[in-house]
Structures are given as structure tokens and as C-alpha cells.
Design a protein around this ligand. Structure first.
Ligand code: SF4
Length: 232
């Protein structure tokens, strides 16, 4: 059995708007989500099923290592006023360290592209910045809560991706990056929260990932509104 040293008193209330998994998403979309004046168009069942398959992937990825255990699964954390649900905590009893576990699924094309990127020396931060930020926020929350295993803080994430066609798995490990969290991610959350407080909708950001508009439930609202920041 692993030892669990920290006081963990986190059953945050359900959050409004958006959560930690979206901290690096299009800030304009996040403003729409926060505003009571806009209603997203429900996504197509096909898209929702695709998202559900991502959650289901966690069930099929089994840890098969004599020293490693998935000790905590699917629990909620909070950073600033935003909540999130991490996939689990894995403990390695041999080296007495714990890791955040994040599990995603991808279609074969996206999976192959990710693997190629890793082979070319790129990290998750570069290849999948939103996933990277999400895991960083979870590690940040664990550190803020003072959670430790075997007396050590949790400063690493085991990031698995399952390929949906053939079941291949990619495993990447990365460390907590406090500078990235405080200089980029928390600032982004603050910026959207400030817009929310003043009832503003931010313009289209220049960091937008090309696929993001395709899966945006505010696509038609976005097109119909002025693209620069406006007050609601
Ligand atoms: S349609 Fe694209 S730019 Fe507009 S809010 Fe959605 S993600 Fe952002």
C-alpha cells in the first residue's frame, strides 16, 4: 500500500462556465461560456460520442507494472475559481513517487502525428498545449493543497494516449512547470475572469488552434458578433 500524507479536502462545488481542461482554449469561446446572455448550440451526437470515447479510454488502459498502482481515480480539484477532474494518481512504490495520470484518446491520424512529433523531439507542451496546461494545473492544485505521497510532492504527469482504431498507446512523462503555470495559464484564466467581471467578450485570439472552431458550440454566435472585444 502506498502512503497518503496530505490533507485532501476537495469536493469543490460544481463550477459554472468552463473548467481547467479548457484553460488554454479560445478565450473568446470561454467568455461566451461564462456569459448568461449566450447559449451554445448543442454539439452533434457524433461529436459528443467522440468526446465520450475519450472518457471511455481511461477504462481500457490498464496499468501492468508490478510496482505501480493507480491509487486515486477521477477526483475533483480547483485552481482559482475553476474546477477540473483529473483521471487519477499513479504511485510507483519502487521509487516512492506519485504521478498525475492523464489519459486521452485520438483517431489514428492525430495519434500518428503526435508520435511523429515526439520522435522529432517535441514535447506535449508543443504538440498538445491544452492537454499540457490541464495536467500542469492539476499538478499545481496538488502542490497548492500540499498533497504528498511518501512525503514527496507530486511533480510529474504520466500522459497516456490511446489510439482509437488499433488500441496503440503512447506514454509520455513530463514535470510540473511552475513558471509555465504562473506566467501563462493562470494569467489566461485571470484575463477571462476579468472579462467576465466587466461583462466583456474578448476578440479572437492569435493562438487559436485550427481545429478549435470546428468543435465550438458558439460558432454561429461568434460569427454574428464583432470580432474585437465588446461589452455585452
Ligand atoms: S468559433 Fe472559433 S474563434 Fe469563435 S469563439 Fe469559437 S473557437 Fe473561438
Amino acid at each position: 500500500m502506498s502512503r497518503y500524507d496530505g490533507a485532501f479536502d476537495s469536493e469543490p462545488n460544481e463550477w459554472n462556465g468552463w473548467g481547467l481542461s479548457q484553460a488554454l482554449a479560445c478565450e473568446r469561446k470561454l467568455c461566451f461560456k461564462d456569459s448568461p446572455l449566450f447559449q451554445g448550440v448543442p454539439l452533434q451526437p457524433k461529436t459528443l460520442r467522440m468526446f465520450d470515447m475519450g472518457s471511455a479510454a481511461e477504462m481500457v488502459v490498464k496499468l501492468n507494472h508490478p510496482d505501480m498502482q493507480l491509487t486515486m481515480q477521477q477526483f475533483k480539484v480547483r485552481v482559482l475559481d475553476r474546477g477540473g477532474k483529473l483521471d487519477g494518481v499513479i504511485v510507483d512504490n519502487a521509487i516512492k513517487e506519485a504521478f498525475i495520470w492523464e489519459c486521452k484518446s485520438m483517431n489514428s491520424r492525430a495519434f500518428a502525428k503526435f508520435k511523429q512529433g515526439v520522435k522529432a523531439g517535441k514535447g506535449v507542451r508543443e504538440l498538445k498545449p491544452q492537454y499540457y496546461a490541464q495536467a500542469q494545473l492539476y499538478m499545481h492544485a496538488m502542490n497548492e493543497y500540499g498533497i504528498t505521497f511518501y512525503g514527496k510532492p507530486i511533480v510529474q504527469t504520466i500522459f497516456t494516449i490511446i489510439e482509437r482504431d488499433m488500441g496503440d498507446i503512447s506514454v509520455t512523462v513530463f514535470r510540473y512547470d511552475n513558471v509555465f503555470v504562473s506566467s501563462i495559464v493562470l494569467k489566461r484564466i485571470d484575463k477571462v475572469n476579468a472579462a467576465k467581471a466587466e461583462g466583456a467578450i474578448l476578440g479572437v485570439p492569435n493562438y487559436l488552434e485550427p481545429w478549435e472552431c470546428n468543435y465550438c458550440d458558439f460558432k454561429s454566435t461568434c460569427k454574428a458578433k464583432p470580432q474585437s472585444k465588446f461589452k455585452t
